[in-house]
Ligand binder design. Structure first.
Ligand SMILES: Nc1ncnc2c1ncn2[C@@H]1O[C@H](COP(=O)(O)OP(=O)(O)O)[C@@H](O)[C@H]1O
Ligand SMILES: [Mg+2]
Length: 225
């Protein structure tokens, strides 16, 4: 479960003016639910995910993820929490370029304290269909393959929380579909709570619930109760 109580995020713009990017947002994502976040560019979707991942701190309000109040942790604590309890998939993959697919996943497993990280990394890479690409570095992989590595990395520690920020946004339609299906399958297998930002209404329709943001406020929700 992810709970946001009256979450406000204010950024200081370069000119010094205060920019309220999220404005007193209350949300509850039930355990095991798959939820789409929609809304125009600049409406605060990525900021919302960054707050739920503890990558940003709230200006006001509280974020509780899988029973942990993120505001009660320092930066190290939040990093440790992320490594063990949370998987994050980015639009631009964010893989470590000098490292192979296997190393990218194994390093994440090691940091998360997973038992036998190398074996576990092999197992999840097999699960995402990349058993034939273990030694490839990201530059030698297609976009769809890179995102499969990133998904393997995100789930290697079987996290209860999965966050994905436009995970299919840089893929062609066929690869986008495959990556989306894979994420959903893994979410169901793990029973994780999935929060996924997407611009694609067809993808959003295939999730159980949705939140629409507009200018930092919730315009509508469905399927969250
Ligand atoms: N670090 C930052 N400093 C200042 N403004 C920011 C920062 N991050 C995001 N913003 C602003 O916050 C607004 C929402 O950004 P974002 O959450 O990325 O929106 P979305 O993901 O919905 O497109 C944008 O207007 C953006 O310019
Ligand atoms: Mg964004």
């Amino acid at each position: 479960m992810i709970q946001l109580d009256h979450v406000t995020k204010v950024f200081e713009a370069p000119g010094g003016e205060r920019l309220t990017v999220l404005d007193a947002v209350d949300l509850l994502f039930p355990t095991g639910r798959a939820v789409a976040i929609q809304g125009p560019s600049g409406s605060g979707k990525s900021t919302l995910l960054a707050l739920m991942a503890g990558l940003e701190r709230t200006t006001e309000g509280r974020v509780v993820v899988d029973g942990q109040d993120l505001g009660a942790l320092d930066e190290r604590g939040r990093a440790a929490f992320r490594a063990r309890r949370l998987g994050f998939v980015f639009q631009a993959f964010h893989l470590l370029q000098p490292f192979s697919a296997l190393q990218n996943v194994a390093i994440a497993a090691e940091i998360a304290g997973v038992d036998r990280p190398l074996e576990r990394a092999r197992e999840v890479l097999r699960r995402v269909g990349l058993e034939g690409r273990l030694e490839h570095v990201p530059a030698q992989l297609s976009g769809g393959e890179c995102q499969r590595v990133a998904i393997a990395r995100a789930i290697v520690a079987r996290p209860p929380i999965l966050l994905a920020d436009e995970p299919t946004g840089s893929l062609d339609p066929r690869n986008a579909d495959g990556v989306f299906e894979l994420l959903l399958e893994l979410q169901r297998e793990l029973g994780s709570t999935l929060v996924l930002v997407t611009h694609d209404p067809h993808l959003a329709d295939r999730l159980q619930a949705r939140v629409v943001l507009e200018r930092g406020r919730i315009a509508s929700t469905g399927g969250l109760a």
